[in-house]
Design a binder for this molecule. Structure first.
Ligand SMILES: *[C@@H]1O[C@H](CO)[C@@H](O)[C@H](O)[C@H]1NC(C)=O
Length: 350
């Protein structure tokens, strides 16, 4: 039947063009199917086909229960959310997540910083840093650096725009004076040599905390580093986090202490763009060390399940800058005043 149809279509002069179109159409459908399949694997990270023994017996990675938080007592971090973007025009993709912060924390202030207002703060209070700040070749270095100044000067909780708040932060600010999020277990285990990688995408810290001061003081020396992560980002923070803990050994709940929260608190979701890489690492399962084996078994068991958010204060949506290039121009940005009516913008006259 299909054969005679093709013969009929392609066999005659008039039918030839139709036949070509049809064949092209079929090819397009087949390639689309391939792309969708590829995306599905990429997104859902199907690890079931990997050569990982089903009886591999490792304890599950992660927390089994939430720590205790005080319900009374003084707040150790001021109730201010800080978010930043290059201007007050926020890309649509972030809007629901931005709203989540003031919805979950109605008793908090919400401050929004732009490239201009953050630079103004640094110029007023750290004029000697301005040549380095302006000299950063990538904007992401300024975005990294500005959060340390903002938190040192005002205190509060800084969060990247792709972080969604899912429950009030009030318990955690009653316990810790300076807390950080941590990369998901499998990221640190399979993707880096450090078992605990501090993330700078979410930081809660009191005003004037000596650890923030330490970060600020070391920005200049590290500004020449070629790699953004080492110069101002997570590796920079991770390095100084360890130095600081070694040097002072403050208890985590001390006014000068620092606390690295478990990944469940702020970064419960694995970055799906890493799945391809993880598949290739776990493909060599037999030769991996025990920790990596444990991570691969964990992925095989959990990668297709939705993340468990029971212990999470926030969820991170892993929006990478390359996503912007393709998606952002499709939807117009919205001014932050329409998203968060009570927003405060920094103005030195206030
Ligand atoms: C906290 O650190 C600062 C600066 O290093 C120091 O002056 C202060 O005494 C410390 N506070 C406590 C309670 O140890």
């Amino acid at each position: 039947m299909a054969r005679s149809l093709l013969h009929y279509l392609c066999g005659t002069k008039e039918g030839y063009a139709t036949c070509q179109t049809l064949c092209m159409g079929i090819m397009v459908i087949i390639s689309l199917h391939g792309i969708i399949k590829f995306e599905q694997i990429r997104e859902h990270g199907d690890f079931s086909s990997l050569n990982i023994p089903d009886d591999a017996n490792f304890p599950p990675l992660g927390l089994s229960r939430l720590e205790n938080f005080p319900t009374t007592g003084q707040d150790k971090v001021p109730k201010i959310i800080h978010q930043t973007w290059k201007s007050t025009e926020v890309p649509q993709i972030f809007i629901p997540w931005v709203k989540s912060w003031y919805k979950q924390n109605p008793d908090w202030e919400y401050w929004f910083w732009t490239d201009a207002s953050a630079r103004q703060l640094i110029e007023e209070r750290y004029p000697s840093f301005i040549p380095i700040y302006d000299g950063y070749t990538e904007p992401i270095r300024r975005a990294d650096a500005m959060r340390y100044f903002i938190l040192y000067e005002f205190g509060g909780v800084y969060a990247d725009l792709d972080i969604e708040n899912i429950k009030s932060l009030n318990p955690i600010i009653k316990k810790y004076s300076c807390f950080f999020g941590q990369e998901p277990y499998v990221h640190s285990i399979l993707d880096s040599s450090l078992e605990h990688l501090v993330i700078n995408a979410l930081i809660g810290c009191r005003k004037g905390h000596p650890f923030m001061k330490k970060l600020i003081n070391n920005l200049a020396d590290f500004s020449f580093m070629w790699n953004v992560l080492d110069s101002t980002g997570p590796q920079f923070v991770t390095y100084w986090f360890r130095q600081y803990q070694k040097q002072f050994n403050y208890p985590e709940t001390h006014a000068n202490g620092t606390y690295l929260s478990p990944p469940e608190y702020f970064f419960p979701t694995i970055d799906t763009t890493k799945f391809f890489w993880f598949r290739s690492v776990c493909g060599n399962y037999p030769v991996l060390n025990e920790k990596k084996k444990q991570a691969c078994v964990h992925l095989k068991k959990t990668s297709v399940l939705p993340p468990n958010l029971d212990m999470s204060f926030t969820n991170h949506h892993w929006i990478h800058t390359y996503v912007f290039m393709f998606r952002l121009p499709l939807k117009g940005p919205v001014d932050i005043h329409y998203i968060v009516p009570k927003v405060k913008l920094y103005n030195s006259q206030d």
